[in-house]
Design a protein around this ligand. Structure first.
Ligand SMILES: O=C(O)CCC(=O)C(=O)O
Ligand SMILES: [Fe+2]
Length: 318
């Protein structure tokens, strides 16, 4: 049973108008944020970039999407594991998910919309695209601070150019028994650089602390959980650790989460600036998408930290 002590995970207000690069507000936010990522693998962002009307619209869009027949939803396929439709899986019976790959590209959002609604649904497309671009703006601000904090600003532009965003609509129906709710999504780490999660006011996300305690969140409506994945753990040479998390469903109504998951293309390398006497190189250069394929294998799923097993120096398979 997890305790609700989210107060320990930093809560950062991104709505502060003084939050501009070079100000003391920026510096202290940057430090608090990186402390969250280093200690917990996550922090909570309060972010008004998604205004209340868009917030309502995206959850209504989720309702509309999941109401489609399974035959239609199943057409959401992707070569990359965990990117397309997931549903009717016996070990996670409460869960269903769909994904729009490259969700900050209006054409890709249009293609997904056409696949789901061959007769068109412009409203859905506009809402999904606008939500993705607004949350990607938060991701950019967070990543800018991370790069500045670790003194690697010069790599920021190439990082942004190599990233893509997957928008996933995630649904959890109410459990019929307590046991069924416990493992709505079993514990795992994401294979992302960062994951930005936003729920429809129904709690359920739990994270594991370094001390091994599971803690839950009581999240306010404008909260976005910014979570480190295995790609940032490798890139940061273990300064940031990926967040071990799971979902427990206790509510009697449907929970929705929108996840904006970022992945990197090309080869990811630890920046030279993050390697020194106190921080010897821990990871070989790696391919983020190949790491997801590794995780999808029987061997890949055995490890606590996929990135260590995949490309950690001494322990890796590549
Ligand atoms: O629903 C959530 O809060 C978390 C979902 C999650 O962990 C995932 O999709 O990887
Ligand atoms: Fe996750």
């Amino acid at each position: 049973m997890a305790s609700l002590i989210s107060a320990v995970v930093p809560v950062i207000d991104f709505n502060n108008k003084d939050l501009k690069q070079g100000t003391s507000a920026w510096d202290s936010t940057m430090k608090q944020m990186c402390h969250g990522l280093e200690e917990f693998g996550c922090f909570i962002a309060l972010y008004a970039g998604v205004p209340p009307e868009l917030d309502d619209a995206i959850f209504k869009a989720a309702d509309e999407l999941f109401d489609l027949p399974t035959e239609i939803k199943s057409q959401n396929v992707n070569d990359k594991p965990y990117h397309g439709y997931v549903g009717q899986v016996s070990i996670i019976p409460l869960h269903e998910g769909l994904g729009i790959d490259n969700a900050t590209d209006p054409e890709e959002v249009g293609k997904f919309t056409k696949l789901m609604w061959p007769h068109g649904n412009d409203h859905f497309g506009e809402v999904a695209y606008s939500y993705s671009t607004k949350v990607a703006e938060l991701d950019h601000m967070v990543v800018r601070m991370i790069f500045e904090n670790y003194g690697v600003e010069k790599h920021y532009d190439s990082h942004v150019a190599s990233k893509s965003y997957l928008l996933r609509f995630l649904k959890y129906r109410a459990p019929e028994t307590i046991d069924q709710g416990d493992n709505a999504i079993p514990r795992h780490t994401d294979k992302t650089f960062l994951s930005i999660l936003h729920q429809n006011r129904i709690n359920g996300l739990e994270i594991k602390t370094k001390e091994g305690e599971w803690i839950g969140f009581d999240l306010p409506p404008n909260a976005f959980v910014v979570m480190a994945g295995d790609a940032i753990m490798g890139w940061s040479n273990d300064r940031i650790r990926s967040c071990d998390h799971r979902v427990a469903m206790k509510a009697s109504t449907t929970r929705y989460t929108l996840g904006l998951f970022s992945f990197l293309s090309g080869i990811v390398q630890v920046p030279q600036e993050l390697v020194d006497e106190n921080h010897p190189l821990k990871y070989k250069p790696f391919d983020n998408v190949a790491m997801i394929h590794f995780y999808a294998s029987d061997e890949g799923r055995k490890h606590e930290y996929t990135v260590k097993a995949y490309c950690g120096i001494e322990t890796s398979v590549v």
